[in-house]
Design a binder for this molecule. Structure first.
Ligand SMILES: Nc1nc2c(ncn2[C@@H]2O[C@H](COP(=O)(O)OP(=O)(O)OP(=O)(O)O)[C@@H](O)[C@H]2O)c(=O)[nH]1
Ligand SMILES: [Mg+2]
Length: 420
């Protein structure tokens, strides 16, 4: 089963909490603080697996959570880091944040991509010891791991895409020029899913070809197999537009070219303008009339034109040489830039306030991170925090909820008294 789109939930591990412990030893009644730091939460990492060519592994399993870091322990022992979670995807998988629809990453190289970062472990109370504070009874909790609802979209990576009506000989061509072994049949829609083949020929650079299921008029409106598979030619550098010129059917080859180009354009504007080579197929049983009509049309348009027979192999070498030369002049395979640059950007307007038993609860991941990174038991830090609350509109909302000086405010477990 070919699946090229999926939605999943990913969450990195939370950092472990710092410990609040004190050194205990016989004859040493007042040992200092010795609470160790929490371990880091595991990251969620995406990696290409060359053996995968569909996203079918994500059809039923939808939740991917990396391990949390362990809490710190006494004797200054740090908690163990949470294990990273590695998710393997086919080459060419684009990850988007569902909330913003922005691209987080294009997984189309050999690198490991950290998509959700594990939270840092919190400091143990050992770090908070200073000359005036010998026995700190607080530590920091670990930071929360990042979490996202993401979509995975596979857009195959190929240099050359084969497009055309069903039954024109696309799969037969890829089977004779590459290592691919597709199903071939004398009926329409033999190919039901896109597949890739690698062409390796002495004297030429190797390149990847994508066999795409056949298109028909109205594919953009769902006719035939529809045009959903065209997402897999989006990245192709060059299209081979195959037209059947055999005498077996009496269709107009020029009309056929126009229809396919129209379908390409209606899938994505500009797709029909991708560099093309028009390939007339099945010339072992050619119709002279059809060829002449086609030649006149493509030459007028200045599109390279080749005649081939995959059966007798006539014209294949010339075609491959032309593909090789053309690819050398074309830009590399399209990869998508990350659009989601600063994940924190919108965070600041993202908060929730609630009141329960006289306590005001503020829920905001970004704020939690800030609080976690400061010692709010220091007056100076507390002032800074209240300034942030004012700047971000949280303060106004607290007032709407009726907060007054001296009331208790709770930010994810950090409790302080409202000052303004
Ligand atoms: N005579 C002749 N027949 C060919 C040639 N190439 C392909 N065929 C035949 O044309 C028919 C269709 O070939 P396919 O390669 O399956 O066509 P396709 O374009 O992949 O078709 P879809 O997968 O349905 O889109 C098969 O019966 C092939 O044997 C050729 O060069 N000469
Ligand atoms: Mg086919």
């Amino acid at each position: 089963m070919f699946v090229d789109f999926a939605k999943i939930y990913i969450k990195a591990g939370d950092g472990g909490d710092g410990a609040i412990t004190f050194h205990r030893e016989k004859y040493m009644p007042c040992g200092g603080p010795d609470g160790g730091d929490g371990g880091k939460g595991g990251d969620v990492i995406f990696l290409v697996d060359k053996h995968l060519n569909t996203l079918k592994n994500f059809r039923f399993k939808k939740k991917f959570v990396a391990q949390n870091g362990d809490n710190g322990r006494k004797n200054n022992c740090s908690g163990k880091n949470g294990q990273d979670l590695v998710i393997k995807v086919p080459n060419g998988t684009i990850i988007r944040d569902i909330k913003t629809n922005k691209i987080i990453a294009d997984i189309s190289d050999e690198n490991s991509h950290i998509i959700a970062k594990g939270g840092r472990g919190g400091w143990g109370n050992f770090h908070f010891k200073n000359p005036t504070r010998q026995a700190p009874r607080f530590s920091k909790p670990g930071l929360l791991g990042e979490e996202f609802e993401v979509s995975l979209e596979l857009k195959l990576l190929a240099d050359v895409g084969l497009v055309g009506f069903p039954n024109v000989g696309k799969s037969t061509l890829i089977s004779v020029i590459s290592n691919a072994k597709p199903k071939i049949g004398d009926y329409q829609f033999t190919t039901l899913i896109p597949s890739l083949g690698v062409v390796e020929k002495e004297g030429l650079s190797s390149f990847v070809v994508a066999d795409i299921p056949g298109l028909i008029e109205g594919a953009s409106k769902g006719k035939g197999l529809g045009h959903k598979f065209l997402r897999h030619v989006e990245r192709c550098r060059l299209l081979l537009h195959l037209v059947d010129v055999s005498c077996v059917d009496d269709s107009d080859p020029v009309e056929k070219i126009k229809i396919i180009n129209k379908e390409l354009g209606s899938f994505e504007k500009g797709l029909e303008k991708k560099p093309q080579i028009v390939v007339a197929t099945k010339i072992d049983v050619l119709s002279k009339e059809k060829i002449e009509k086609l030649r006149e049309y493509v030459e007028k348009k200045n599109i390279p034109f080749f005649l081939i027979s995959s059966l007798t192999k006539k014209g294949l070498d010339e075609l491959l040489i032309c593909i090789d030369r053309t690819l050398k002049k074309l830009p590399k395979i399209l990869t998508y830039e990350k659009e989601m640059l600063e994940k924190e950007e919108n965070f600041r307007s993202n908060f929730e306030i609630s009141k329960k038993d006289g306590v005001y609860y503020i829920k905001a991941t970004w704020l939690y991170k800030i609080v976690n990174n400061m010692d709010i038991y220091e007056l100076e830090n507390l002032r800074h925090l209240q300034k942030i609350l004012k700047e971000t509109g949280i303060d106004d909302r607290l007032k709407e909820f009726g907060v007054e000086k001296g009331d208790t405010v709770n930010i994810s477990g950090y409790i302080f008294q409202y000052e303004y």
